[in-house]
Every structure is written in C-alpha cells, then in structure tokens.
Design a binder for this molecule. Structure first.
Ligand code: SAH
Length: 360
C-alpha cells in the first residue's frame, strides 16, 4: 500500500485520516505537537502514543523530514551559520541556511529546485528551474533545523524565502508554507518575522498586496541603470526596475512594512559614486532600506568584490542622501552560503568523480 505523506497536512485533515485508520481523533493533536512544536519526526519517539497506534502510523504515513537525505553539511568557522544540502525523495536537491543572530535563529529557505531567472552573478540557475517545491518541502527545510536545535532548547524564529528559486513563481506553495508556519498549532510565527525576496515579478508583488499578510518584502535590485540591470538580471526586460520600485512602494504603503532593497556590490560594475547617487534618487522619500551585499565572487563570470573602502564610500553616499542603508553582516562566506553555490559545487564534484571513474 502507498503510504501517505503526513508532513504539511492540516490538523483537520489529520483528524479525518486518523479516524479512518481506526485511531482516536485526539491523537492527531498529539502527533501535531510532536511534529510541529517539538520537531520530532520518528513515530517511535512519540512517547504519549500507544504502541498499537505507532504501528498504524508507521504503516500508513511517511514523514518528509525523515525522507530527506542530507548530502552535505557545512558550518562556518565562526559557528554562526550552517548550511545543508538536502536531497528530496525524487533525487532533486536544494540548499538551506541557518543563521544565528543576536535576536535568535533565522533560516533561509529555497522555493524552487534551481531557478529560471538567470541572474548573471548567481549560481542557482545554472541548469534552470527543475521544479517548484511543495509547501511541505518548504517548511521541512525549517523543521530540519528545529530538530537540530532541540538539544539547545531553541528553535527558528524567522524565515526568509531567499534561497534558490524565485518565490513569486511558486506563489501558492510559498504562501501556503508561510500560512502553515503562522498557525497557532504549528510555529505560531508572526508574518512580520517572514520575508519574501523577489527579483521583481510585479504581478507577485501585486498579489501580496491584495492578500494583505503583513509579510516583509525584499527586492533584489542590484543595479539602477537600465541596460546594466538587464545585463545582470534579464527579468528587467519584462519588469523594469522603476516599475518594480513603484509596485514595492505601493506594497510598503498598504502593508505598513518598509521594503528592503538588496544591492550586491560588484567591483567596477555597479559600485561607483554615480551608482550610489542614482540609487539614492530612486529610493528617496520611499519606505525603503538598502542592504548592501559585498558580492560573493563568481570568478568564472568575472565578478569581484569591491575593496572595503569602496563599500564604505558607497554607503556614505547613501547616508548623506538620507537613505536608510546598512552593509549586510557577512555570514557564511567560508561555506559557499550565497545562492546555489554549494549545490553547484556538489554537482561539479559528482561530475568530476563520474568522469574519473569512467576513465579508469
Ligand atoms: N529570486 C529571489 C530569491 C533568491 S536570490 C530574489 O531574486 O530575490 C537571494 C539573494 O541572493 C538575492 O538578493 C540574490 O541576488 C543574492 N545572490 C545571488 N548570488 C549572489 C552572489 N554571488 N553574491 C551575493 N549575493 C548573491
């Protein structure tokens, strides 16, 4: 018999299924607590469930986080960032990053396997988008970390959808995941502690505005000269950055949430004083904060990180223009924490190993 995936089912659905399988309805709530409050995924460890019911559960259900293989695990040398390369049962893999901040733990989840946006500096989209992640696959990324944090008596308090993939192109599953985590009987996480980052898919931003969850919005801007932005981010052809900023500003006004604009600083490409002045002009009087990200170099593509002095100079121009800006605290540089870098490296290593074996 085909087992059913339990992870991500609503409590109502679970109650219905439990009754069908001859268990008491209240068991659903107990299992729910184990899965989503305690991050325990092995039925055998759910101490308040009877042996008979554990057997029924094992016979009828799979638990996604237990089905996920951890292909690679890297911790940064400062111990503040951990990255997992996860393989789903169908063989596809994604990356997930845990960051330890002063205020607690946040997790950066992927929304798609690969990505179709083809940003020039990003390693996620090398093979395009293979498929969308399901709601359960998105939340499982966070729960795997909650499971690990149990020994520290801690859990993740913020989620950013900023891993690989374009969340607006998998809107329903991403929002489904955020809604699930928001439920009182799961994580009870406030929407304000969730951020969705987009390269600028305007219909998605408009949908978020209509849906009216107070989720934070981040825009990957990265350039404010039209041709340059198109060359770095082809999405600019369809959704021009000025229109994106206008849509994001509407979202900010409607939601009361300031929008974060991500700006990767690429040496000699978008890091001049002129760029900083243009960026200020675009965002002046907007509900905006700029997050400057000194690029994780993608050497093959000729992208380098500017010198520290250039980063500071860029920041000072923004501050002089009264734009709220910070330089992103660097986390996990030594563990390929930028989008898709670990997955790309793993694929490259596998390919090399395969070729070497073939040559033997
Ligand atoms: N598609 C969404 C979310 C995924 S990208 C978006 O575009 O926002 C997440 C963030 O990582 C983006 O801001 C992206 O531009 C950034 N990023 C990608 N490659 C990077 C690199 N080499 N160095 C630094 N940041 C990078």
């Amino acid at each position: 018999m085909n087992k059913k995936e339990i992870f991500g089912l609503t409590i109502e659905k679970l109650q219905e299924l439990f009754v069908q399988y001859g268990m008491k309805k209240f068991r659903a709530k107990q299992v729910y607590q184990w899965l989503y409050e305690k991050a325990v995924f092995d039925f055998a460890q759910m101490h308040n469930i009877s042996k008979t019911d554990i057997a029924v559960l094992q016979e009828n259900f799979t638990v996604l986080p237990e089905q996920i293989k951890i292909l690679r695990e890297q911790d940064s040398s400062d111990g503040l960032t951990s990255k997992l390369l996860l393989e789903f049962p169908d063989g596809n893999s994604v990356e997930t990053v845990l960051m330890h901040h002063d205020y607690g733990y946040s997790v950066c989840v992927s929304s798609q396997v690969g990505c179709d946006m083809h940003c020039a500096f990003c390693a996620s989209g090398i093979n395009g988008c293979i498929r969308n992640l399901s709601t359960a696959e998105i939340i499982a990324q966070m729960y795997l970390f909650n499971n690990r944090l149990r020994t520290h008596n801690a859990s993740v308090s913020r989620v950013v959808v900023m891993g690989s993939g374009e969340p607006m192109l998998n809107y329903d599953n991403v929002m489904g995941a955020l809604d699930f985590l928001h439920r009182e009987d799961t994580c009870n996480m406030s929407y304000r502690n969730m951020t969705v980052s987009t390269c600028g898919i305007i219909p998605g931003i408009a949908r978020m505005q209509n849906d009216a969850r107070p989720v934070s919005l981040a825009i990957s801007l990265h350039a404010v000269k039209n041709e340059l932005r198109t060359s770095l981010m082809p999405v600019n052809k369809g959704y021009n950055y000025l229109d994106v900023i206008a849509a994001a500003e509407k979202y900010a006004v409607k939601s009361g949430r300031q929008v974060t604009y991500e700006y990767i600083l690429l040496k000699n490409i978008n890091d001049s004083t002129e760029d900083a002045e243009l960026l200020s002009n675009c965002l002046r009087f907007k509900h905006a904060a700029v997050n400057l990200i000194p690029a994780n170099p993608v050497i093959e593509k000729g992208f380098e990180r500017p010198a520290q002095a250039a980063v500071e100079k860029f920041l000072r121009v923004l501050q002089k223009n009264r734009i709220n800006a910070t330089v992103r605290k660097e986390m996990g540089k030594d563990i390929d924490a930028a989008c898709g870098q670990l997955r790309a490296k793993f694929a490259e290593e596998q390919k090399r190993a395969y070729e070497n074996n073939g040559n033997k």
